[in-house]
Write a protein that binds this ligand. Structure first.
Ligand code: HAM
Length: 422
């Protein structure tokens, strides 16, 4: 294969059996989201570039990392691949105006032209939720607890929740001006990137991991100490809700996150088992102005995204087994030509018993080897002798007696034998 055909830098294939870990993460997340009343949203992978620019002109995601392109239209349209999930869902809300509150979840690829390294890819996949239509701080607690519960169920144990409030239009502008003046007085002490650019978004400097910026901002003013009355009350209720649900958190005054739309509650989960540069497994917060920015009515919102790849890495680092036992319980071995296996496998599958079989008319021995390798618990065997007598043999593959049952009882008996093993 020519080298250029290989997966582009920063992307990779996920193949079986590794993909079962991803499947398991998506299935568990879907179950949890559905149980809490969230509905799936599927939106286009590309949108007008303006939709994504609303996540913030000063963010790296928009300034440096967007995969934007012109299509073949006349005139051509300026489009971009989705760099994150929130803007698309809020755009869908503005376009369709569903009944509020609108509780949604998604699993979607996201594209960012980042410097590729472990845990940082040019295509990653996010599981997320977005809720539009209420400012209720107890919703913030529900949303955060949903993600916390998902991690705990896996179970990831070394995950820490960091929490902050970034204020609103009442208290943020004055704070931002104060922070900007503070940074201006220390501009020469900031890291190379922020020395000249801190005015674009002074809050980002607080999140900078460079030692220079960390030292220079040690005594910085914090938004959390300068919240207005309503934001203070809102944040207190978020914390109270989390306390009631038994969700532990630590307040992190530096947490500002990499997207500009956040207001009030912001949060991030870090995985202790991962390298600190890429240890954020999930994050989110409120974005009470984003719907308006996208041309909709004033509509508060909150959500989060958690990256499947980082989640997978965190699970591996904590030795969490996401895959569990074999994907099939039964394996049909057919030496009558294959037609019997076609029908038997379908009957077993229709009865909810995961089943596989061999192909190409292989020998009994070869088929049996495949049955063993499949990890199935029982082999369902039909040879010319069994077929002639209308029976099927069932052999437990992890020890136990082979039995023979009439063809019509095969599903019942296979199920009994599988259940007996559990
Ligand atoms: P984010 O923090 O940029 O937030 O991304 C969410 C998660 O996606 C991260 O915690 C990380 O697990 C994963 N992630 C991000 N970039 C990469 C990458 N290059 N490679 C691998 N994984 C990555 C958002 O995107 C917001 N939309 C979250 C949100 C939803 N806020 C409100 N609602």
């Amino acid at each position: 294969m020519p080298d250029t055909f290989r997966t582009p830098q920063g992307t990779f294939d996920v193949l079986p059996p590794e993909s079962r870990a991803y499947e398991s993460l998506v299935a568990r997340f879907a179950r949890r989201a559905r149980a809490a009343g969230y509905g799936l949203v599927i939106s286009p992978t590309f949108e007008d570039v303006g939709v994504f620019q609303r996540v913030g002109e000063s963010t790296d995601v928009v300034r440096k990392e967007m995969y934007d392109f012109y299509d073949k239209g006349d005139p051509p349209r300026h489009l971009a691949l989705r760099p994150e999930g929130t803007a698309s869902v809020v755009r869908a809300f503005v376009q369709h105006r569903p009944v509020l509150p609108w509780k949604t979840w998604y699993v979607a690829p996201s594209f960012r032209y980042e410097r590729a390294q472990a845990g940082r890819y040019r295509q990653h996949h996010q599981l997320g939720v977005e809720v539009l239509g209420t400012e209720d701080p107890l919703l913030d607690a529900e949303v955060i607890a949903l993600l916390d519960g998902f991690y705990r169920e896996l179970p990831l144990r070394q995950v820490t929740l960091h929490l902050n409030s970034l204020g609103d239009d009442t208290c943020r502008p004055a704070y931002r001006a104060e922070l900007e003046a503070f940074l201006a007085a220390r501009a020469d002490q900031l890291c190379d990137e922020h020395r000249d650019r801190f005015r674009d978004n002074p809050l980002r400097v607080l999140d900078c991991k460079q030692p220079d910026c960390l030292a220079a901002t040690e005594d910085a003013p914090w938004q959390l100490d300068r919240l207005c009355g309503p934001c203070t009350a809102h944040f207190a209720q978020v914390r109270e809700g989390l306390d009631e649900l038994g969700v532990g958190f630590s307040i992190d005054k530096r947490l500002v996150r990499g997207l500009d739309y956040y207001t009030r509650t912001t949060f991030e989960f870090t995985a202790g088992a991962l390298e600190s540069a890429q240890n954020a497994v999930g994050g989110g917060g409120r974005y009470d102005k984003l719907a308006e920015d996208l041309g909709g009515p004033p509509t508060p919102g909150i959500g989060f995204g958690t990256g499947l790849e980082r989640l997978r890495m965190a699970c591996a680092a904590e030795h969490v087994d996401l895959v569990g036992p074999s994907p099939v319980d039964a394996f049909v071995v057919d030496t009558t030509g294959g037609l019997a296996a076609l029908v038997l496998a379908q009957r077993l599958r229709s009865a909810g018993i995961p089943t596989d079989r061999a192909w190409d008319g292989r020998s009994f021995k070869a088929q049996f080897k495949l049955a063993d390798r499949s990890g199935a618990r029982v082999a369902v065997i039909v040879g010319p002798d069994e077929a002639g007598r209308g029976v099927v043999a069932i052999k437990p593959l992890r020890g136990g007696e082979q039995v023979e049952v009439p063809d019509e009882l095969v599903v019942t008996r296979v199920r009994e034998m599988i259940d007996a093993e559990d």
